[in-house]
Design a protein. Structure first.
Lengths: 437, 325
């Protein structure tokens, strides 16, 4: 049988330079700025300026359903708690802590002993209190994913090991090195939504990860490791559901509408960490790679560490730096400098050389149809693009601009180097705004 | 920290692009036409070589001149003008007087392409606009350009030419057709037969077409449906399907002109409708029209229908089938 996959997609050069480099554990940073969340949400700061904090201590929280608390990754003193301009350009609340280097644990950090006697709701609450967000990049609160609406039944948990972005290797390293944790986290997620079956989907360019996970999954009932074709965007939620189960999530719907809950492998491992060590989400794997990095590697870093420190840890910048990206090169955000802290969703920092980062000459659309072929959502990117450029957002919406998941395959393949996904994102925002009215 | 963070480039994602670029696609198609062009030069002698050079050079020159005069951006580096010039020369008779080729290129580039807004905006295949303009304006000059395809002998004769009829012309005038046409199969396949410069050698064209298929520039959808429709109609009307497939500009048109991205439908279903239409028009013109050959006309005709074809067909949408269930 052919390896499972979705329809469409592209095969960019993988450039997984950091793959064989092993994982570097970052030292405790002298100073961190922990991003709490968009500043307009109104998080309640529990550790104002001047507070002495310990590792795992709650820094801020908000009662809202879509919010999770943030914890201190270091022990030390809060020197600042104020809004700052985050790497995305949005204003975030940031809590800056100067570390004392002692890494004293906060009181009450303890493993969960009686997982088997816990109700799904209790498990979800532990996950929320640990500040779990989707670590694949979307930063969607994990407990929200696991809280199913009344009457909705799911039958499968899909664990997303489709690290399809070029350069990124953090999930790959995670699955290889901490397969036990990924599988244990998967088991906890299964418990929290009450299903008996889980599929860990991993692209077949990571055979060592597949082997490690398969060995680890043997200890549990109902967890299957499924190799998937290496193709971008295999790690997109709807794509991996299609690949693993053959189900298509309807436009605008969430995975539970086809009986599935999807979590990222990093999130699964972090959940396992919370249950076995008691530590909330304060660390993550970050790939530091790209042509302009001296020694590309995957770094286990504290949330809130400045990107510049991580780059320094990997030997600094090599050659002339052209573009710095938070996340992967297909969907990541280009940043104006490396003076930004990493967030819970920062899977990588990719530095491109000047030559690589130069603009492409834009030419007229020659209607070759390549964008239609690769679109995983079966859209017609060139058509939507045409209307979006003419600011005819109503027509763009009629062509389902709002279905776009912004993978960027269309812009990648366009021989005329047109900004397809860029304009479709705009049309999508118009469509979503209009629906809200 | 010593890091030159000034001047970092900021754009929206994606930050990577595929290597395939529009000028490169034009180059690949140009190269794919080289076997046919070289075969034409070999079989038809020095006039063919002159017409090829005149076609490519004049098309580029016209584009440059027009854009210069009207102060448009100069786009000759995208390679499409050179390709159009090559196709004009390949679809004209090999020994036609070179001024015809040059004027055909002017029409192809000017009214055929630039007046619509340049590359990507033209409704009709520019090369065929040029060729058809020449064919309708100077029919006798064109028929004088069809010469004998005798290879070495043609080169020995130099610039003196021996006129020759095309197989489709003979079929139209009724000089052949009553008997089996299988004696034409060999010449039509290899190219030692009368016809336009680049259309006679089926094998050379097919080599180029295979190259395009493997390079991922074209798919088989349009050419195959076009050829099958034509062959099917030939059988229906009791004609020799192999003769119809190999003769005239059918192979050149099916693989290199009907597949032109700009003037053909994008959606797969639309491409099939388009190709069936091409087959019907081509065969009908050959069978019942007053012209011996109908490939150029049928492609131009179907070009008109492309916007209409594109309007039909519901768009499938990810997750929609389940949505209804």
């Amino acid at each position: 049988m052919a390896v499972r996959t979705f329809v469409g997609g592209i095969h960019p050069a993988q450039c997984k330079y950091a793959c064989d480099a092993g994982t570097v554990t970052a030292p405790v940073p002298a100073r961190v700025t922990v991003p709490v969340g968009p500043s307009w949400v109104g998080y309640k700061v529990l550790a104002p300026k001047g507070t002495e904090v310990k590792v795992g201590q709650k820094l801020a929280d908000n009662e809202g359903f879509m919010c999770v608390p943030t914890h201190s990754p270091v022990s030390g003193k809060v020197v600042d708690a104020k809004p700052y301009r985050a790497h995305t350009g949005l204003e975030f609340l940031g809590i800056t802590i100067e570390s004392d280097g002692k890494q004293e644990l906060c009181e009450g950090i303890a493993p969960v002993e009686d997982l088997d006697s816990m109700t799904p709701e209790e498990i979800r609450n532990v996950i929320r209190e640990a500040g779990m967000l989707g670590m694949g990049g979307a930063e969607f609160p994990t407990h929200v994913k696991l809280s199913l609406p009344q009457g909705v039944k799911v039958d499968t948990v899909v664990v997303n090991g489709g690290e399809c972005e070029p350069y990124l290797t953090s999930d790959h390293r995670m699955m290889t090195e901490k397969a036990d944790k990924v599988v244990h986290g998967t088991y906890i997620v299964m418990r929290s939504v009450g299903v008996k079956r889980a599929i860990i989907g991993v692209e077949d360019n990571k055979p060592d990860a597949i082997a490690a996970l398969t060995a680890a999954a043997g200890k549990y009932q109902g967890i299957e490791v499924m190799p998937l074709k290496s193709s971008y965007p295999q790690g997109y939620e709807k794509a991996i559901i299609k690949a693993t189960l053959g189900r298509e999530v309807p436009p605008g719907a969430l995975p539970f509408s086809v009986g599935v809950v999807v979590v990222n492998v990093g999130t699964a491992a972090a959940i396992s960490d919370r249950f076995t060590t008691g530590l909330p989400l304060i660390k993550r794997y970050v790939t530091v790679s790209g042509e302009a990095v001296s020694r590309p590697a995957t770094v286990e870093a504290y949330i809130g560490t400045y990107a510049s420190e991580l780059v320094e840890l990997c030997g600094g910048v090599k050659g002339e730096l052209g573009k710095a990206i938070f996340g992967g090169p297909m969907m990541g955000v280009a940043v104006p400098s490396l003076d930004f802290p990493i967030t819970k969703g920062t899977s990588g920092i990719v530095l491109l050389g000047r030559q690589q980062a130069l603009f492409w000459k834009e030419m007229p659309c020659i209607r070759c149809g390549r964008c239609n072929e690769v679109c995983p959502m079966f859209l017609q990117p060139s058509e939507i693009h045409k209307y979006a450029l003419a600011e005819d957002m109503a027509r763009a919406e009629k062509l389902f601009a709002a279905d776009c998941m912004e993978c960027g395959c269309c812009s990648y393949v366009c021989p005329s180097k047109r900004p397809l996904v860029q304009s479709i994102k705009l049309a999508k925002q118009y469509a979503l705004a209009r629906r809200k009215k | 920290m010593d890091m030159s963070e000034k001047g970092l480039i900021i754009t929206a994602a994606p930050h990577l692009r595929d290597r395939v670029a529009t000028p490169r696609i034009m180059q690949v198609v140009f190269i794919a036409l080289m076997p046919a062009a070289l075969c034409g030069v070999y079989f038809f002698g020095p006039w063919a070589a002159i017409n090829l050079v005149v076609g490519v050079a004049s098309a580029v020159l016209w584009e440059y001149a027009i854009q210069k005069i009207w102060k448009f951006d100069i786009t000759i580096s995208d390679g499409s003008a050179a390709l159009t010039g090559l196709l004009v020369a390949l679809t004209l008779p090999p020994a036609v007087e070179p001024w015809v080729t040059a004027l055909a290129c002017l029409i192809a580039i000017g009214p055929g392409k630039i007046v619509f807004g340049g590359l990507g905006y033209n409704i009709f295949n520019p090369a065929l606009i040029g060729r058809t303009f020449a064919a309708l304006s100077w029919p006798s000059v064109l028929s004088a350009g069809y010469v004998a395809a005798d290879g070495i002998t043609a080169w020995k004769r130099g610039f003196d030419v021996v006129a020759s009829a095309t197989p489709l012309g003979l079929l139209k005038t009724g000089e052949i057709g009553a008997t089996s046409l299988s004696r034409f199969y060999g010449p039509l396949f290899f190219g030692n037969v009368g016809g336009s410069l680049g259309e006679t050698s089926a094998i050379a064209l097919l080599i180029g077409a295979l190259f395009l298929l493997f390079a991922g520039i074209i798919t088989l959808r349009i050419p195959l449906v076009y050829l099958l429709t034509t062959a099917g109609l030939a059988m229906l009307f009791n004609q020799d399907p192999i003769f119809h497939l190999l003769s005239g500009g059918l192979i050149l048109g099916a693989f290199f002109m009907a597949t032109d991205y700009v003037t053909s439908p994008i959606k797969p279903a639309g491409q099939i409708v388009y190709a069936v239409g091409l087959g019907i028009f081509t065969f009908m013109i050959r069978m019942f029209g007053s012209y011996p050959e109908g490939v150029a006309f049928s492609i131009l005709l179907m070009n008109c229908f492309v916007p209409l074809i594109e309007r039909f067909g519901a768009q499938k949408r990810f997750g929609e089938v389940r949505n209804r269930a």
